[in-house]
Design a protein around this ligand. Structure first.
Ligand code: SF4
Ligand code: SF4
Length: 569
């Protein structure tokens, strides 16, 4: 709480690359990679909380007689590297290709070593609990003790590459008699005895330098020492027993990708690392269930799933779990598709918000393309909202906006209320502002004032909410209070066109014409000479009963574009 060091978390490096923010995460990640270039991949084994969690889970399983077995895939081991490139390299490459030539590749550096919002980039507790359960416990149970590291962790992708160049390695002396204790102990799926025999050292980048193999070797044959890095040894690697055939590898890769895309960011809740963990578990379950259907005999841990072609109780439980898990994945994919399609339609809307909100029904301002996007977007987001398992605080306001634009202003109000209940800070303030604004257009001024007050409590600098609050107060007959709210708005920003006009109209209505003309002049200086803008201001003033001033703007709009005359009818 309060002011503290920014999170010492590698993912924070993304903000350095995208925004130029120098933070503790960047310093930690850079030092960790530099240290890995010398000592090998040791940070994972000695400093990662997820490894600690996986070790704890494996320890618990062993306590009940279950020893996690590694799931070995040739293709999925590349997931961490692909994820690392996606997180840390792809955005910079895209920026390099699309940015204007005069802009720097990385924005100017700013100091974010200390933060007042430590939890800003962390998931909520409600997300963290399933995250730790899936990425810690489930990956260990199904994929082995380092299941998450092997098939999901993007940081491991970078540490694995750096490890290849490191002179620091687990090395062997002549005392080794190939007993295999080291391999049996290694929880990172490294074939220690075979690698030290072939190369004189452990070359597998999955080795986390935990030193367990050194401590169990009965001949004291292993040690940590410096010498040639792994990159110098011939490419031929030690033969491994893989869990999958090549066709299964390909099907597995497709299942992994589909599951990842289905789950990532669904309901705006599932972070990328959790989605990778889910996808790894889904892939294992899908392939294992497929094998279960075809095999005559199969077991998992000490449980007999199938024997003599007959499913045993454990097999039925396994298959049922796999079906429920995969079904949930498929459902997430369906929801994610609708969320994505709805967001795309939202991004293509052309109607400006101010114009849409000038009257309770924006129908006359909608282009045919807007109408198409509104109908499609509303359908998609309605489906996601109706059949989704959780509320999506990003999709809900878009659904509310589509609902409003489709002519159902009343229907958008409870949706915005529901949205605000799931949001915080700026996002919540905006939802409450939109709700208050729509309530104003519907003539529900008391409710509007309450909503706008809540928006201003969240963000006192939200001037748009101040303009609207003044409107609610004016309509409720609290005219002096309305003028003071508009005054506060122009005190914060003297160039506000609407607030200056509202003050001019309000003061004129109270007979204070001298003061009114000061604000009117100030408004005119900042008003863009755009017929839509003048018309919008005219509508807002007309709604407040400030007809003379409204008429001036209507006339100016018609002067700029005579077709606006039609809109008077
Ligand atoms: S435990 Fe020691 S002796 Fe046995 S294979 Fe490993 S390095 Fe060789
Ligand atoms: S047991 Fe040995 S080979 Fe396995 S991760 Fe630990 S140090 Fe590396």
């Amino acid at each position: 709480m309060g002011s503290t060091v920014s999170p010492i978390e590698p993912s924070e490096t993304m903000y350095t690359l995208q925004r130029g923010a120098i933070n503790a995460g960047l310093i930690f990640f850079s030092l960790a990679i530099l240290a890995t270039l010398v000592f090998g991949r040791f940070v994972c084994g000695w400093g990662c909380h997820i490894v600690a969690l996986q070790d704890f889970c494996a320890w618990l399983l062993k306590k009940v007689g279950l020893t996690p077995k590694p799931f070995r895939s040739r293709l999925l081991v590349y997931v961490p590297l692909v994820a690392a490139l996606y997180m840390f390299v792809v955005p910079t490459v895209l920026r390099a290709l699309t940015k204007p030539p005069e802009e720097p590749l990385i924005p100017a550096f700013t100091n974010h070593l200390v933060t007042e919002n430590f939890w800003e980039t962390f998931p909520t507790v409600a997300v963290a609990i399933p995250f730790l359960f899936i990425c810690g416990f489930m990956t260990v149970y199904f994929l082995g003790q380092k299941g998450f590291c092997t098939y999901a962790c993007p940081y491991g992708g970078f540490f694995g590459i750096a490890d290849k160049f490191a002179p620091g390695k687990i090395r062997v002396t002549d005392a080794c008699n190939q007993c295999g204790h080291c391999t049996a102990t290694c929880t990172s799926n490294v074939l220690v005895h075979a690698e030290v025999k072939q190369f004189g050292m452990v070359v597998d980048p999955g080795c986390m330098k935990c030193m367990d193999c050194i401590s169990v070797c009965p001949n004291d044959a292993l040690y940590f020492g410096f010498g040639k890095p792994a990159i110098t040894v011939p490419k031929a690697s030690v033969k491994k027993n893989y869990s999958l055939t090549w066709p299964e590898e390909i099907v597995g890769a497709v299942v992994f990708l589909a599951s990842f895309l289905a789950v990532w960011d669904v309901y705006q809740l599932v972070p990328m690392l959790m989605a990778l963990g889910c996808a790894a578990v889904t892939t294992f379950l899908a392939l294992k269930t497929w094998k279960l259907l075809r095999a005559k005999e199969m077991s998992f841990y000490r449980f007999n799933l199938k024997s003599s072609g007959k499913l045993r109780i454990a097999g039925v439980i396994f298959a049922a779990f796999a079906i429920v898990w995969t079904g949930l994945n498929a459902h997430s994919g369906w929801v994610r598709y609708h969320e994505y399609a709805g967001s795309r339609a939202f991004a293509q809307l052309q109607i400006p918000d101010e114009l849409a909100l000038a009257q309770s029904n924006p129908d006359q301002w909608l282009s045919p393309i807007d109408r198409e996007h509104i109908a499609a977007g509303k359908n998609h987001l309605q489906a996601a909202s109706r059949y989704g398992l959780f509320a999506n605080s990003d999709a809900l306001p878009k659904f509310a906006w589509f609902t409003y634009l489709s002519g159902d202003a009343g229907g958008s109000v409870p949706l915005l209320e529901k949205t605000a209940a799931h949001q915080h800070g700026q996002a919540r303030a905006l939802s409450l502002y939109y709700r208050g604004t729509i309530l104003n257009r519907l003539g529900r001024y008391d409710e509007a004032r309450t909503s706008l007050d809540e928006a201003l409590t969240e963000r006192p600098d939200l001037i748009l909410a101040r303009e609207e609050k003044g409107e609610a107060l004016w309509q409720l007959g609290h005219r002096e209070e309305a003028l003071s709210v508009w005054n506060e708005a122009v005190r914060q920003n003297s160039g506000l066109v609407l607030a200056n006009n509202q003050l001019a109209g309000g003061l004129a209505a109270l007979g204070k014409t001298g003061q009114a003309s000061v604000f009117e002049k100030r408004a005119d200086q900042s008003t863009p000479d755009n017929p839509f803008y003048h018309w919008m201001i005219g509508l807002r003033l007309q709604g407040l009963g400030m007809n003379a001033l409204a008429e001036k703007h209507f006339q100016r709009a018609i002067q700029l574009d005579p077709s606006f005359q039609q809109r008077r009818k």
